[in-house]
Ligand binder design. Sequence first.
Ligand code: SF4
Ligand SMILES: [Zn+2]
Length: 387
Amino acid sequence: MTVRKLAMTGEIQKGAKIHDLVKAPANTPWAIERQQSWDGNLPATVYYTPEMTSDGKTCTAATVILRTKGCHWWWSSGCTFCGYFNDTRDDVTNENLHAQWEYAKKKLNNFEGMDMVKVYTSGSLLEDREIPVEFQETVLSECYELGKELIVESRCEQLTEEKLQWATSINPKFTVAIGLEAYDDEVLKFHVNKGFTTKSFDRAVKNLQKFDIRVKTYLMFKPPFMSEADALDHIVEWIAAVAESSDEISVNPMNIQRGTIIDRLHNDRQYRPPWLWSLVEMIHKAHDIIHPNGGTNGDADQVSRLIVHPTAGGKIRGSHNCGSCDSEVVAAIERYAVSGDLLEFEGIDCSCKQTWREEISLERCLPTPLGISLPRRGDRAKVLRSA
Ligand code: SF4
Ligand SMILES: [Zn+2]
């Protein structure tokens, strides 16, 4: 067997295809063993969190992450950072999914006291190859009958007029969250391996608007093979590009999921997850796009809602700063997602901000496309194991 090392430059004669690198971990014995250990009748996770309804009222939202066959794009290729395959089982049936749904409802008392239900499938709920149509119908109709705001996730190619006509005939008002990641075809192709283009996103949004379905767009902060400074500049452009057409924009700062391309880059110390300071800077730059007259959430000038949720914030595998200011900065970012008020960041500072600023300014003047981020902080043994 030939062992290929994932390297940025040289070392391998022929460039490794992203496709082959993405697929490799899903077939490792640990991944297969893990998949087979799941009970097909139990969802991956069920929990609730504070949220905001589409009218801007605070509410409680249920999140149901179902154990599915996963994403059809993953079956043939996959995105460079996506670790959802860790949560799937490829023999899940319609009966299993209905059992999972019943379990979730029972656990959360039929979603009593919750205005919103998010149903996530590690792929696209409206994709017939992944999710049996009967089950799609169950989710759409039951959430409508229970009077809950429903949020589902989807890639772009499922969002055809025909499919949306069918879905809205069952549930006339729901939200579709699209993992666009980047409004840039080069980044989609070479950094994310997304398998669709900005054109297909535009088409999907047009169809969603036609059926009065709310659009939530996920963007990725700092995809692989990109410096921190480039990531910062790009994300502001992408927010501007999708603000008008998105009811909500959720920026996901990269967090390292097991067995992914980004995991291998991280292990090789070739990638540092974003600085929390970069997220603060991004919010300051994007605020004028979201609130052109300097307002806050709920004001008349609001173009979209900007949500930033640093998953694993403060940890080595998530967005982080020096270790001592992390929790304070994460809390301010989370507060901004609700209030839309830049005052949340008043008085927050740390000596590591200077290091971050230097890195960004060096990356802007040196020809270092992959960035110069310093090696990760932390306990040496843990750093070596990338724990
Ligand atoms: S489209 Fe979504 S679920 Fe599918 S591989 Fe990409 S990130 Fe993962
Ligand atoms: Zn700090």
